[in-house]
Design a protein around this ligand. Structure first.
Ligand code: CO
Length: 134
């Protein structure tokens, strides 16, 4: 069902500083900053030849990554995003297999303008999984 690794997401305490570090120390190409108030995050993408790294900063008090940053004040790996061809078919197949889809189960629009869903980390070995319809 899953296809390419779309991105690995890191929560960082300071997006500008993290982007600068990836740009200057690692020589990476960084996308412009996007604010996604529906997701409670500010995001940039580090463009790599074979995938992307999503750097996330808390946006607003209700941000879903706030608790993660409180537990990991210097930042850390937050989720993996796999591509799927059909997100509703993938969701139904996963639910039938007993996996928990976070939220109300309806896909939201992600940072690439495409539908995304998140799967409970306890169902996948302690790692939060995002599915994005490619
Ligand atoms: Co993501």
């Amino acid at each position: 069902m899953i296809g390419r690794l779309n991105h690995v997401a890191l929560v960082v305490p300071d997006l500008e500083q993290a982007a600068q570090s990836y740009r200057q120390s690692l020589g990476a190409t960084i996308s412009p900053v996007q604010e996604l108030p529906d997701h409670g995050v500010k995001v940039v993408f580090v463009e790599l030849p074979n995938t992307k790294i999503e750097l996330l900063e808390v946006l607003g008090e209700a941000s879903p990554i706030k608790a993660f940053l409180d537990k990991n004040p210097s930042g850390g790996m937050h989720h993996l995003c796999y591509e799927v061809d059909d997100i509703l078919a993938a969701r139904d197949q996963l639910k039938a297999a007993g996996a928990r889809v976070l939220g109300d189960g309806a896909p939201k629009t992600g940072a690439h303008g495409k539908p995304v869903l998140f799967l409970h980390p306890k169902d996948f070995f302690g790692t939060l999984i995002e599915l994005e319809q490619a």
